[in-house]
Design a protein around this ligand. Structure first.
Ligand code: NAP
Length: 257
């Protein structure tokens, strides 16, 4: 049986096993997907040596960047973002130490989810986008937007220090009303803090604007509710989660022909 899993710190909330198990059943893949909570990233060495059947794993908070020193190679997406969410393990009979490579399927997962959302909303993706938050997921989102041809990307941060990054105060009503795509990559609104949302002027959101929240628990976040109240089209992050999981199966090369 193929062994796969997820490393991170707190994993009890993860929906990845449920999503992976569904894919395994539907595709007839004989595999199991386990949760591996690690107190420290250095524990990855012991995990891999104690599980010779493990051929790959996903990576979540807070190890998406910390895993990189353990990897021999990165795909172009992972290199551009500086974060990895999928690792492949190569067992070489010539060596006692397996070799690891890293990829980031958040990019392709978001790209597909956003493209479908825009098509369903009958709203072409325009040139400009606003990304709330500047963490690992925001970098994957920006990489996907660039691949989709969007050139005018503004990040919004509590502590702006880069050229294309502004503060929440600078994100004024005029800027919001000109934005055709707003993406929440902050954890604001995530269960159990479901009453919180990014501090933006929701009344300035124009009807028809695409508002995408990476959060999928709850399925309708406060950000989505408030954008919808202004006439925006909204999406949560569940499809992105499913697509990034599918793309990880492709990276592990275990999808039957
Ligand atoms: P992260 O590295 O912790 O970054 C989140 C960013 O949000 C931070 O860098 C910060 O940016 C901002 N932020 C954090 N706390 C905030 C607060 N109290 N108020 C305002 N801004 C705050 O996390 P991540 O890995 O990027 O993930 C972000 C979210 O995306 C999480 O909810 C995660 O579950 C979700 N996600 C979903 C998927 C999916 O498949 N749907 C995939 C990846 C991530 P500033 O410091 O610049 O303000």
């Amino acid at each position: 049986m193929i062994q796969l899993g997820l490393i991170g710190k707190k994993l009890s909330h993860s929906r990845s096993p449920e999503i992976m198990d569904k894919y395994f059943r539907n595709l007839g893949i004989d595999a199991c997907y386990s949760l591996f909570p690690l107190d420290d990233i250095s524990a990855i060495v012991g995990l891999i040596s104690s599980r010779p059947g493990l051929i790959g794993f996903n990576v979540t908070i807070p190890y998406k960047e910390l895993i990189i020193p353990y990897l021999a190679e990165l795909t172009p997406e992972a290199l551009e973002i500086g974060a990895v969410n999928t690792v492949k393990i190569y067992h070489d009979s010539q060596s006692s130490v397996p070799s690891l490579t890293g990829h980031n399927t958040d990019v392709s997962g978001f790209k597909r989810a956003l493209s479908e959302f825009a098509a369903e909303a009958d709203a072409p993706l325009s040139e400009n986008a606003v990304i709330l938050g500047t963490g690992g997921a925001s970098k994957a989102v920006a990489c996907a937007l660039r691949q989709l041809g969007l050139s005018d990307i503004t990040f919004v941060s509590r502590t702006p220090c880069k050229s294309n990054t502004i503060s929440y105060r600078d994100l004024n009503a005029d800027l919001i009303s000109r934005s055709r795509l707003i993406i929440n990559t902050t954890p604001l609104g995530l269960w159990p803090e479901t009453d919180s949302c990014p501090p933006i002027d929701y009344k300035a959101v124009k009807p028809g604007t695409l508002c995408f929240d990476l959060i999928y628990n709850p399925l309708e976040t406060m950000f989505m509710k408030r954008c919808k109240a202004s006439g925006a089209k909204v999406s949560n992050g569940l499809k992105m989660l499913e697509y990034q999981a599918w793309d990880a199966l492709e990276y592990w090369n275990i999808i039957p022909d």
